[in-house]
Design a protein around this ligand. Sequence first.
Ligand code: ADP
Ligand code: MG
Length: 719
Amino acid sequence: MAHLRFKALDLANNRPKVKVESNGKISEYFASDVFGLPQMQASLSPDVFKRVKKIIHDGSKIDSETADAVASAAKSWAISKGATHFTHWFQPLTGSTAEKHDTFFDASSGMERFKGTALVQQEPDASSFPNGGIRSTFEARGYTAWDPSSPMFIYGATLCVPTVFVAYTGEALDNKAPLLKAVEAVDKAATRVCQLFDKKVSRVKASLGCEQEYFVIDKALFASRPDLVMAGRAVFGHNPARGQQLDDHYFGSIPTRIYNYMKDFETESLKLGIPVSTRHNEVAPSQFEVAPLFEDINVATDHNQLLMDVMSRVAERHNLKVLFHEKPFAGLNGSGKHNNWSLITDTGVNLFQPSTSARENLLFLTFFVCTIKAVFEHAELLRASIASAGNDHRLGANEAPPAIMSVFLGSQLTAVLDELEKNGNIKVEKGDNIYMKLGIDKIPPIILDNTDRNRTSPFAFTGNKFEFRAVGSTDNPATPMTVLNTIVAEQLTEFYQLVDKDMKKGTDKRLAIVGVLRKYIKDSKAVRFEGDGYSEDWVKEAAKRGLANVKDTPRALDAYLSKKSRELFANQGIMNPVELEARNEIQWENYIMKIQIESRVMADLVQNHIIPTAIAYQNKLIQNAKGLKELGVKNTQVLKIIESMSGYIESLEAEVEKMTNARKKANVIEDAREKAIAYCDDVKGKYFESIRYAVDKLELIVDDEDWPLVKYREMLFLR
Ligand code: ADP
Ligand code: MG
């Protein structure tokens, strides 16, 4: 069996160089495959263009005449660039993207056609997309509808139209529809709060910049490991002698093969209008990061999903495989997708940008404190929004940060909030400088240096934005961003109501604002944490503070269905209980499937690869022991090894059998949640670790020449 491993290694180590074309100046090809505003302006009549711009700006409904004009222009543009097909591109709840290609060519007329109706709405064959029972309950079918706020683009030879996917009864069947609603909700609530300060603000946009972490390994090595192929992570494998202890990879130069790959996928991404801007090594060997410039949340989300797809496809050309799993290699750093988030007004103000002016700082503090309060109120929901089988390895596993949601502010802002909390009950007389009396006239401009950055915080303020770091690297950012924007919208709505009530009683506006902020600061104190989020002490401290620490996905998801969450989503008009339940159902099923696959792969590998290899090697040792004995030479050491191997082999046989039985027991459970919990506790929880332990021990004993699986050190130190 080991011959497969060596064949793969041989392939991996003797790859011919892949040539990467130089593409010249980025400005010359950026967004060249995007049908954006400039392309529309160039191809539509001024009148139609004005209408389209309005539709994009305020989300109004498109009339058939405008739709026809846009479709026709998009078709001509796409065909001129070599496209033959079009598709409605959407993000079903499977967690990736979906498309069904139709040709422009109309055989009956012998011409290429693309009608407005085909642009605006389509009915994909949706029966195979998960819907958590929504469609069977309502016997409704689903359709995709054009989302004009995200531009069309050409991918391959296909014009892709970004769309939402909804049931005819109105329920969302995708990740994007709820996100668009949440973005609208936060816009509405934030705009009203802004108008307490500045009447000129008429819109607030939520922005997102995703830092995407990933691993890259050689394609042949990937293909040689059934666990990577089927589960996306190595279920076995002993840590290499040199892991990430030296931290040398982080600062090191990027290996040439990877560098070429990066340049290549960046070029493709830039053509698609994805503003990728930074690349670097990450903490673990073979781990890297790419980050685009931030954009409107909706577009940033589409771009992240597209980027992941581009990265996977381009990797093929380089004989590489990109791994987005949160923890492909136990013992090494996991991968996340840091969601950098802020709110920006149409007057150009980033509401999370501290200022030197006192008046503007009160505005900043309002949004800052409301966000902290929102995280405090809905910490469990926020945790649920990033729950997945993969992310469980990052949150709450032995070597990862805990699943406790806390907010890091930095020392300066902590001091500001502390002062504001103290200096509340002031008397103000005519002519007083209220800001001075409150102590918020002298907020220092925030200079964040690296010492004031806390890499262990799941939700950190980083100068002019919040960074939700606990998001998993495979996650569609739409899910956590739907929750974050919804809870902030809810908090801002409440904030406005409280301030308004006070003002109606005759309180000075600024004092009313400060009054509510002080209350929020006091109420939400428990969620603020500046220390080491990875430490054991924090787990204890958080428990004392009453913060939740839900370690596994099946139970974390419950937060979506709590009374508080249902009310939240209903108040903000994001999702109804049926949609929430359907989504959880899908997530539980997804979890079950993932653990089931991992468990099966483990059993297969143990029974068909590990045990036969171990026995064969053990037989060699037995021969050796017998020979030594015949010669009258001491053979105690060999006998010891034989014995310890027997122990591991026996325990593997027994554990795998018990695990298989646990799976059988779990499989007859009807209820998705209970079944997911059975998989979590009785299959994964009881057996995964002990099975891995025995296999990894055998890896250390068996002759390297015989070992069937490509080893960590062979996969991870690619040059
Ligand atoms: P880091 O030091 O954490 O790597 P960067 O400044 O490089 O932070 O930014 C990381 C990501 O945050 C990038 O995608 C960047 O565009 C994004 N970002 C920066 N400012 C904002 C903002 N105001 N709102 C949202 N995202 C932002
Ligand atoms: Mg960052």
